[in-house]
Design a protein around this ligand. Structure first.
Ligand code: BGC
Length: 765
């Protein structure tokens, strides 16, 4: 029988694998061994079955197979984007194995700070190494095509350049520890509804410019060890079985030299996946091993294709800590990593509103803290993006730690309500909250006007916390999720009315993983701080920003629209009926027999490249907060914008940023490019580069410099099947957000350029 126990098969003495004898080992392997190496060892380790001797790290997502006669060990993969997801406790073991819960993807992208991200993920990568894991199944970097995607919190942005640069930094940080990453989910996995079967139908230009660009940047700039192919189909074919995607684009065009592993689901068509260049099937099953063996024997699969994948696997394995015998400690420095998580969280928060400079607070005020999320604080989302962390500092604790006094009444009420709801949920649920999925967000507690009014005299100001949670397998809803619930609306209305009547201020803190509706209520509070889902140190990090210990410098990585329907993709994103249908199909396995349901079985990306701010800026459509928006406790002025063309056609742009306010702060400068007319139809402007200043003291200046190659300016021409950069006058905007066109410089690109690609996905309109 083939399987995890395969390693026990005894054949004659063989060369032990080293980095230098890969071909020799490959030559010596049997067909069955080769097939086994390309298929993971099963679901067991994912389920945390500790009694099996094959489980090396309890609660990791999966392992590859060992072949002892060549000295090939199993290697371990664990999730996920916000930290290492493993089981925190083990049977018969008094030690704990908690990992640090870092801020989620959306949050770290809001820092627009690649150095910060790299620093944070180098701490994360140390936990990967010290907990005996070889590959972190992360970063997740699908585009925020629509605000309702249930996994947007794990992903970075609606813009591929921001997503790509943050992702590259993330990979560099983790891999600096000598462990791998798995950049996921490749590709066009932008909804959770029927995620395993949905066919993303997208035109070639949008595919190249929006959905693949971030992956391209990551591969070229950071050389990830592995890529995870997604569950969904692209152009009618599972991505994990697409030669176009996995070989022509990923390897032939971009030069990827690691392994591709599937997302966690065994599909039929294993043979097609092998031929396409999908090196590893995860989590793997003996059925898949057998399929590969049979296909080679019958001639359906060429052994050369299998050998190519096995060679990739061997090259990968020799890099892993497990192969190299690293003695992991199971004791990473969680204290130091908590500090890195807190620093990243504070640098990522986005100040959306600050009328009359109500913030920063002194830290000595008495605060009435409204909203159950002040207690039931959301450190991160659910699903495989969840981290089993030792604790979460909620906002009540964070503010108390910082020296604030909290009004007891409302604090106790929220705590009791949350405790009660948790018990209630457990009693009413057959399975109890799962480690994998985490707890669902509980609804806000209704408060009477009387209760609200009773807090006013006892406090100097009010803070209202609004929380959201989502995760794998389900998309968010428009009502009561993107939009506020009626109870939340009443809470904000009631609190602001009562406090403003007494001449006192109200601050709203958003503890969310992606965009929500803000246009209808943002005029009510005096200040709004978007804290995101900031990881386990979240409460302290919020307090750092509210008190001005850290001056906020985050900017939105996605647009906050006036209305959900303003996004063109809202016309073809699953909501309502379709979503229910998808859940039903998933649960009962009707997918293949059910009639085709739009946005469940397939989704037409009719909006093409008009995603996020590309649409809003080009249409001049009002938004609630533009992409790239964020305030500071100080002010910045931009001066001396300039752009020059060098002999190779590269643009070098500079701008000087001066802190014109009264406290030190950092500023993100976003460089948007408007292309000349006459070439392809383009968005009004597109983000091409960005940078963040150092901490500038009041009055201090810094000149930031950006280089752009002709390739980075190019758009994809479907008819010619190539990237093209038109000649003509380009305007570079040095901007505070996507709507800011105040500071610009022009340059004349004299020569047009074009860049060839393979015929993968050629001509899809
Ligand atoms: C998720 C992946 C994850 C894998 C392993 C899948 O369901 O889509 O993101 O890495 O499970 O846990």
């Amino acid at each position: 029988m083939l399987g995890a126990a395969f390693c026990a098969v005894q054949l004659s003495a063989q060369p032990k694998l080293t980095a230098d004898n890969i071909d020799e080992v490959l030559e010596a392997m049997t067909l069955e061994e080769k097939a086994a190496l390309c298929v993971g060892s099963g679901w067991d380790s994912m389920l945390g079955i500790t009694s099996s001797s094959d489980v090396l790290v309890s609660g990791a997502a999966g392992t590859t197979r060992a072949i002892e006669r060549f000295g090939i060990p199993m290697t371990v993969n664990a999730d996920g984007p916000a930290g290492v997801r493993i089981n925190p406790t083990r049977e018969g073991d008094s030690r704990t194995y908690y990992a640090t819960g870092f801020p989620v993807g959306t949050a770290i992208a809001s820092s627009w700070d690649t150095e910060l991200v790299e620093h944070m993920t180098s701490a994360m990568g140390n936990e990967v190494l010290e907990y005996g894991v070889d590959v972190l199944l992360s970063p997740a970097m699908n585009i925020h095509r629509n605000p309702l995607c249930g996994r947007n919190f794990e992903y970075f942005s609606e813009d591929p350049v921001l997503a790509g640069k943050i992702s590259a930094a993330y990979v560099r940080g983790v891999q600096s520890n000598g462990v791998g990453t798995s950049v996921k989910h490749f590709a066009v996995n932008n909804q959770e509804t029927n995620r395993a079967e949905n066919d993303s139908r997208v035109d070639t230009r949008a595919l190249r410019e929006i959905y693949l660009k971030g992956f391209e940047i990551t591969v070229k700039e950071a050389h990830p060890w592995t890529i995870m192919s997604s569950y969904n189909k692209l152009d009618g074919e599972y991505t994990q079985q697409s030669y176009n995607l996995l070989t022509k684009i990923l390897r032939d065009e971009w030069g990827f030299d690691g392994i591709v592993m599937t997302d966690w689901g065994n599909k039929e068509g294993t043979v097609k996946a092998v031929a396409a260049g999908n090196d590893l099937m995860m989590p793997g099953s003996t059925v898949e091993v057998q399929r590969i063996v049979d296909a080679v024997k019958s001639g359906e699969l060429s052994e050369a294709d299998l050998d190519r994948n096995v060679r990739n696997m061997l090259k990968f394995i020799v890099k892993t800590p497990r192969f190299n015998g690293y003695k992991y400690s199971d004791a990473p420095d969680l204290k130091a990593h908590a500090a890195a998580a807190r620093a990243a969280a504070t640098e990522s928060m986005v100040l959306l509103k600050n009328d009359d400079n109500v913030l920063p607070l002194k830290g000595t005020e008495t605060v009435a803290m409204f909203g159950i999320s002040s207690v039931d604080f959301v450190a991160g989302g659910t699903g495989s993006g969840n981290v089993n962390k030792a604790y979460v500092v909620n906002m009540v604790q964070g503010l108390e730690n910082a020296g604030f006094t909290l009004v007891e009444d409302i604090k106790d009420f929220n705590q009791k309500y949350v405790d009660f709801q948790k018990i209630n949920t457990r009693l009413n649920s057959t399975n109890g909250p799962s480690i994998l999925l985490g707890d669902a967000k509980m609804p806000e507690a209704p408060l009477s006007r009387g209760v609200i009014n009773a807090q006013v005299d006892k406090s100097d100001l009010a803070i209202v916390v609004i929380g959201r949670n989502s995760g794998e397998s389900a998309d968010r809803r428009v009502d009561d999720d993107f939009n506020l619930t009626a109870t939340e609306r009443q809470l904000i209305t009631g609190v602001t009315a009562a406090y403003h009547l007494a001449g006192k201020k109200v601050v709203v803190v958003l503890n969310i993983g992606g965009a929500i509706e803000t246009a209808s209520w943002k005029n009510m509070p005096d200040a709004i701080l978007c804290a995101w889902q900031p990881g386990q140190e979240g409460g302290d990090a919020v307090a750092d920003v509210l008190t001005g210990k850290v001056n906020p410098s985050g900017k939105l990585p996605m647009t906050f629209p006036m209305d959900y329907m303003d996004h063109p993709s809202s016309l073809n994103f699953p909501t309502g009926y379709e979503q229910q249908a998808a859940t039903m199909f998933n649960t009962f396995g009707f997918v293949t027999t059910a009639p085709e349901v739009k946005n469940v079985d397939y989704t037409d990306y009719d909006e093409s490249i008009w995603v996020g701010y590309r649409w809003f800026t080009t249409q001049d459509k009002e938004v609630s907060y533009p992409f790239g928006y964020g305030l500071s406790y100080t002010t910045f002025e931009y001066s001396k914008p300039s752009v020059k063309l060098d002999r190779d056609g590269n643009l070098t742009a500079t701008v000087t940023v001066t802190n014109t306010g009264s406290v030190a702060g950092k500023e993100v400068v976003e460089v948007y490019v408007a292309a000349p007319a006459g070439g392809l139809e383009k968005p009004a402007r597109e983000l091409k580069a960005f940078d963040k200043t150092d901490l500038l003291e009041p009055g201090a200046s810094q000149t930031l410099s950006f280089t752009l190659t002709p390739y980075e300016l190019a758009s994809f021409n479907i008819d010619a099947n190539e990237w093209q950069t038109a000649a003509g006058s380009y305007t570079l905007y040095f901007a505070k957000n996507a709507n800011d066109t105040a500071t610009s410089a022009k340059v004349n690109v004299r020569k047009a350029s074009s860049f060839e690609v393979t015929d993968a996905y050629a001509g899809i309109k």
